[in-house]
Design a protein around this ligand. Structure first.
Ligand code: PMP
Length: 379
């Protein structure tokens, strides 16, 4: 049922009437390459450690959890500190904030820094949830455009920031759905422009969404390296992708402590359950294992890009665990043809393009075989 259409008596906000809830189709097919998950689950040792941690948390379930999730913030800070530059101070626990998925982290950012009379900006094609966070927090949404090759045209981006004075700029790097990472110069330029023009000249924040950060190609630095330079920079991460924890729902950010402090005002009390905190802490203890397949997935991604190009497809360069390829006169027919052969990918991004997540070698072989058949039929 779409919101509002079948229940006109509901006092639903006007902008929500007739809107379908966001979400990729969850279909039970053999090869699922549609939501950019890590295809490798945890080992039995990791499962046992998570179970022990959750059992311990269960003993005090009559009590509310640690509202400041201190131990988890410390563990996340230690994990993030692997990605800072040589000589840079490690990330401190008070710079870290976490919530139930980076989706919730970003909604909280907009609740604190967006809102009525304020503007959030991103550059399309971009992650489809961003306009929804803006809508749900009553923030005006403005989408600029990326260049033809999906990179950011910095002059155009600066102009857009000067024109709209956003309080929040959302920049996924690597971008979803294109896989494009941002060069450090782009982050620098936008942090400076948003500090100058954001929020009516009082300054806004720049959120670099590194949900896929761990998959970036060698030589692509994390925006974490730029935190000491820009106090208005926020870097978000998630345990849903490289960390193989999509079911855990744990996203987090690193930023100036003034930013994490401000979010505490809008978060619901005890938003991270004690079982979530225990699971995340146990998973972080197994970081080397859970991230153990990241290099294999990056190699599989690079091989997929080469193979798709050899088949004559147009393919966006990718620093993520998915690849955007096209262009198809009827992309829905290609998506459906793959699904009919048990392979689920994502019909998203600009018209004519499709996005496929990187799975196991067996899953990628099934994808390649099905695509060859389907595109032959398409001609
Ligand atoms: N940012 C980007 C760019 C994403 O693609 C996703 C998930 N698809 C998210 C954030 C949110 O992920 P989660 O809430 O699972 O952390």
């Amino acid at each position: 049922m779409s919101a509002g259409t079948d229940a006109g008596w509901l006092p639903l906000r006007d902008e929500l009437r007739g809107i379908e809830p966001y979400g990729a189709p969850q279909l039970d097919v053999p090869v699922q390459l549609n939501v950019n998950e890590n295809p490798y689950g945890p080992s039995e040792a990791c499962v046992a450690d998570i179970a022990a941690g959750v059992a311990e948390a269960a003993r005090t379930l009559n009590r509310y959890p640690d509202r400041e999730f201190t131990a988890l913030r410390e563990a996340l800070a230690a994990y993030l500190s692997r990605d800072v530059a040589a000589g840079q101070e490690p990330i401190a626990a008070e710079q870290v904030w976490a919530a139930n998925g980076s989706n919730e982290v970003m909604l909280q950012l907009l609740q604190a820094f967006g809102g009525p009379g304020r503007t959030a900006v991103s550059f399309a094609p971009t992650y489809s949830m961003y306009p929804e966070y803006a809508r749900d927090s009553g923030t005006t949404w403005v989408a600029g455009r990326r260049a033809e090759d999906f990179s950011l045209d910095l002059d155009a981006a600066r102009e857009l920031v000067a024109e709209h004075g956003p309080s929040v700029v959302l920049l996924p790097s690597p971008n979803n759905p294109t896989g494009t990472a941002l060069p450090p110069e782009a982050v620098d330029a936008l942090c400076v422009a948003v500090a100058e023009h954001g929020n009516g000249g009082r300054g806004g924040i720049v959120v670099v969404d590194e949900a896929y950060g761990e998959f970036r190609r060698a030589g692509t630095p994390s925006a974490l390296e730029q935190l000491p330079t820009h106090r208005n920079l926020v870097v978000t991460r998630t345990m849903s992708k490289a960390f193989a924890g999509a079911g855990l729902r744990l996203g987090y950010l690193a930023a100036d402590p003034a930013i994490t402090d401000a979010i505490r005002v809008v978060r619901l009390p005890y938003h991270l359950s004690s079982t979530t905190q225990a699971t995340a802490l146990a998973a972080l203890r197994h970081a080397p294992e859970l991230l153990g397949q990241v290099d294999a997935l990056r190699a599989e991604r690079d091989a997929l890009v080469v193979w798709l190009r050899a088949q004559g497809h147009e393919v966006a360069d990718s620093d993520a665990n998915f690849v955007l390829f096209g262009r198809f006169a009827d992309r829905h027919a290609v998506w459906q043809g793959l699904l009919d052969r048990g392979v689920l990918i994502r019909e998203t991004g600009p018209e004519g393009w499709l996005r496929v997540s990187v799975g196991t070698p067996e899953e990628m072989a099934a994808f390649r075989d099905a695509l060859v058949i389907v595109t032959k039929e398409d001609q």
